[in-house]
Write a new protein. Structure first.
Length: 117
């Protein structure tokens, strides 16, 4: 199952936690979300993982491969990108890379925010 595989991958990261609600899941580290598992979110019929990306990377991925990547509702404009898991064979190394980069981005920002307090 896609969610089980993604959960295992995300929970391998230090301090990661998972909250499941129905067919969706939220992955956090240091109380900050670094990934979402979306299954038919708002009735769109898509199964995907959404991750935080570096500035501009989300739009570049969508432009390069619009059949696989999209800007998720609400969070896409804030630097998130979603990779469809329901189109073709899932490249789990690619998923691991996206999730890992998102984890690094959000945990670094959280650490910077704490150091400024």
């Amino acid at each position: 199952m896609l969610l089980d595989r993604l959960t295992k991958l995300c929970l391998a990261l230090p301090g990661a936690e998972c909250e499941r609600k129905g067919s969706h899941a939220t992955f956090r580290a240091r109380k900050t979300v670094f990934a979402y598992f979306l299954d038919n979110h708002h009735g769109d019929g898509i199964v995907a993982v959404a991750c935080k990306a570096n500035p501009g990377d989300n739009q570049a991925l969508v432009r390069a491969q619009p059949e696989r990547f999209y800007l998720p509702a609400y969070i896409g404009p804030r630097g998130w990108v979603a990779l469809r898991l329901d189109v073709g064979k899932v490249d789990w190394a690619e998923v691991r890379e996206l999730v890992g980069e998102s984890y690094r981005i959000v945990t670094l920002r959280a650490a910077i925010g704490r150091s400024r307090k």
